[in-house]
Design a protein. Structure first.
Length: 397
């Protein structure tokens, strides 16, 4: 993982100034046995039937290809809604800490919010105790399409907390986490993994997950030591090898910067879909064919300057935030990501933002207006060759 994952403890301590405006599912109640909506858990199924069921579920969801990756503090509801509006066909929540989720009501209501248009949805947990994970998962299963296990977080906090990619040192524990969910939940369990340095180890790992009941596997084509996504290119060959070795749907993750990457990745790996993270933060309209200047300069194929720019997208994001309140730290992070290039030209406006301890929507809309008045122009581009057949530019309000 290339950028910041803030300590969960500090997330917990930070107050949401809009506390009483959070109005989402009642996940505060203790979970009920098998409260989900898609029938019986996997526990009674044979291996063959599990595979069939995994595909049937994937098909029922419309086989989404363009997917918002899980991002702590960044793939929250308003951002997911913005990406869905611009072509994303499914999305992951940020990683939620299963133990804290079961213990702390405030954490639950602040960190997991959703709405009925927010589907298909993967809810991701980190965990190292199967019973705790199941307790957490049961609380969200009525509101999602997969409960996902984070097996890829490479950060120091994950090492200390014994979760994420550090569970790769304890495969029997991973197996028990997956089995626990697969045998007891009504929604399927998915896993997001990183690769081992050795290809055969990675393939054996993926097969173990499939045998344990994992119904969908997202493969990030980097090892846990390759933390910097800008420095290390994701290895699509490994994703392809995993895709060929297992029978459940596989998603590819890493190096998706624009729609040409999507097409190439799907072709090269054979994966069912792709996840994008960092590039979407800068350009949430990526899945609609828009790209930032970085990916068009020098190309002769540009045929039009799109009608959008990042400030437009930020304004749309802020509107979603007004409708679906989230902690200000998440909003602040998106302002920096979406307006990063603009701030490089006018660092004084970034300084004003940084100096503003307590944010308001009025202040943020004003930032956008000031940049526009200064005449900053940074359109997103649409390439001549981009067709949108992969994307669905849906109307989400
Ligand atoms: C800000 C940020 C937060 C992230 N948080 C998570 C997370 O909560 N769970 C997870 O599995 N991966 C997380 N990741 C990793 C991404 O999901 C993704 O695997 C990685 O960034 C590679 O994709 P990319 O090359 O498209 O950026 C995060 C990445 C970023 C940039």
């Amino acid at each position: 993982m290339a950028t910041q994952t803030r300590p969960l403890s500090s997330q917990l301590l930070e107050d949401n100034e809009d506390d009483d405006r959070l109005c989402y599912p009642d996940i505060t109640a203790p979970p009920t046995e098998h409260s989900g909506q898609i029938g019986r858990p996997n526990g009674y199924l044979t291996g063959e039937s599990r595979i069939e069921r995994a595909w049937a579920h994937w098909k029922k969801l419309g086989q989404p290809k363009l997917i918002v990756a899980p991002m702590v503090d960044n793939s929250e509801l308003p951002f997911r809604m913005l990406c869905r509006k611009y072509g994303a066909q499914a999305a992951y929540t940020p990683m939620l800490h299963s133990r804290i989720f079961t213990e702390n009501e405030k954490y639950r209501s602040q960190e997991f919010t959703t709405c009925k248009e927010d589907r298909p949805l993967f809810v991701q947990f980190c965990a190292n105790d199967p019973d705790v994970l199941l307790d957490a998962a049961r609380r969200v299963e009525p509101y999602c399409d997969y409960v996902d296990i984070n097996l890829g977080c490479p950060q120091r906090i994950a090492r200390r907390g014994r979760y994420g990619a550090f569970l790769m040192d304890n495969l029997p524990l991973i197996k028990s986490l997956v089995e626990k969910l697969a045998d007891n939940l009504n929604v399927p369990v998915s896993c997001k993994i990183r690769m081992f340095p050795d290809l055969q180890d990675t393939i054996n790992y993926a097969k173990m997950l499939e045998d344990a009941g994992c119904a969908l596997l997202a493969v990030h084509g980097r090892t846990r030591d390759e933390k910097d996504g800008k420095k290390f290119r994701a290895n699509w060959n490994v994703i392809k090898a995993v895709r060929n070795a297992v029978r459940i749907p596989v998603l590819a993750n890493g190096n998706i910067r624009h729609m040409d990457d999507v097409r190439e990745c799907l072709e090269e790996t054979g994966a069912e879909g792709v996840l994008s993270a960092e590039s979407l933060l800068e350009n949430p309209a990526l899945f609609s064919g828009y790209r930032t200047a970085e990916w068009v300069l020098g190309s002769e194929e540009i045929n039009k300057e799109g009608k959008l720019d990042q400030a437009d997208l930020l304004v749309e994001y802020l509107k979603f935030c007004e409708k679906h309140p989230v902690p200000w730290r998440m909003i602040r992070s998106h302002v920096h990501k979406m307006l990063g290039e603009w701030f490089r030209i006018h660092p004084n406006i970034r300084d004003d933002l940084n100096a503003q301890y307590k944010l308001t929507f009025e202040f943020l809309y004003d930032i956008v207006n000031r940049l526009r008045e200064l005449g900053v122009k940074m359109p997103l581009f649409v390439m001549g060759s981009d067709d949108y057949s992969l994307s669905s530019h849906r109307s989400v309000v």
